[in-house]
Design a protein around this ligand. Structure first.
Ligand code: G
Ligand code: MN
Length: 342
């Protein structure tokens, strides 16, 4: 009890023993620390005993962290752009800015490869600032150039949104870039719920500015219905795991349909992520107003090739759908088709 409030405390423990795990005090503490890190990564409130592979993991985390520091200094980050398009007209509703890291050896790393290290080391703040600024600058260039209708979707980390003054900084940035707030949609995962009560107020401030707010990766977490109820979202992005089997598993289709129905009842716009196959496109194209995103529609790519790809979209999609119709017909005629039992 502290000041009349009950605080729930959990304990994470990393264990290393002498002489099995290390021969001196410093090394022993490093080993225990590596074990502690694993205990926390496993969800906290547990204990982990040291093993040598934990040091390898720690070394790899350390080198990624050093690499990220250099990447910030040397400007090794890039943005790739991927459109979210209307499922029937294939008009572009939004372009999502996706972070990429051009490694010194020329390979391109995706956020999943380095985001955990960026979060743990706190470097995420600097990196996300760069993403936001660069995405706004790009959108502004398009807006004032030959794409006045552009809307840019920007991924925002929970820490970023929880930092004091975020809405004011965004407003100032948009003013500076002479970009109307409606040209921006921020994407948050439901982890944003863990940042505390003030988040709802922050999101309302952003909405009052006229910025769209999307719930990203819906369907991967735990408290998704609570977040839908409590937070002022304008769009839900269905995670690709929800969309992956809608054309091959009745149960998967039922779940996707129900969630789409729920979002519509809540007055939310919807984007289906991870559309990779024509069969998925055919099913989703029956949902009025839904946006689609995924490799089938358009890959994440550099700004220079994006416009060409977009101009080509209606023709490419028409040909995808034509081929698909033929394949479906011959499949049905082959007699292999039968009604699945529930
Ligand atoms: O968490 P979020 O939905 O913002 O992550 C987007 C990531 O998903 C990007 O890094 C992008 O490269 C990737 N992505 C985009 N479209 C597809 C797709 O159709 N299939 C798969 N597997 N990944 C995709
Ligand atoms: Mn996203």
């Amino acid at each position: 009890m502290v000041g009349g409030r009950a605080l729930a405390i959990s304990l994470s423990i990393g264990i290393a023993t002498f002489p099995a795990h290390a021969k001196d005090a410093d090394a022993l503490l490093r080993a225990a620390d590596a074990a502690l890190f694993r205990a926390k990564a496993q969800g906290r409130h547990c204990l982990t005993v040291f093993s040598p592979d934990l040091l390898d993991a720690a070394a790899s985390r350390f080198s990624t962290e050093q690499g990220l520091r250099q990447a910030i200094e040397r400007g090794e980050f890039e943005l790739a752009f991927q459109p979210e398009v209307d499922a029937t007209s294939f008009e572009v509703g939004l372009v999502e800015a996706l972070l990429r890291w051009r490694l010194p050896d020329g390979r391109l790393a995706s956020p999943e490869d380095f985001l955990a290290v960026a979060e743990d080391s706190g470097l995420i703040m600097e990196i996300s600032e760069w993403v936001f600024r660069t995405a706004v600058a790009t959108a502004s260039k398009w807006y004032h150039g030959d794409w006045p209708a552009v809307r840019m979707a920007i991924n925002v980390s929970p820490r970023q949104i929880a930092a004091p003054g975020f809405p004011q900084r965004v407003a100032a940035l948009l003013r500076e870039a002479e970009l109307p707030p409606r040209c921006i949609e921020i994407e948050l995962t439901e982890h944003v719920l863990q940042t505390g009560d003030s988040t709802v107020a922050t999101l309302r401030e952003l909405r009052d500015l006229g910025i769209g707010i999307a719930l990203d990766d819906f369907g991967t977490g735990y408290s998704t219905l609570a977040s839908l109820e409590q937070l002022p979202f304008t769009r839900v992005k269905l995670d690709r795991s929800l969309v992956a089997r809608i054309d091959s598993a009745d149960r998967s289709l039922a779940i996707a349909q129900t969630i789409i129905d729920l979002c519509m009842r809540l007055g939310l716009s919807i984007t289906a992520e991870g559309v990779e196959r024509p069969e998925q496109l055919q099913i989703l194209a029956r949902v009025p107003g839904i946006f689609l995103q995924g490799y089938l529609i358009s890959r994440p790519q550099r700004a220079e090739t994006l416009r060409q790809d977009i101009d080509d979209l209606p023709r490419r999609m028409a040909s995808v759908l034509r081929t698909e119709a033929e394949e479906t017909r011959s499949f049905l005629e082959s007699g292999r088709w039968r009604v699945r039992s529930a």
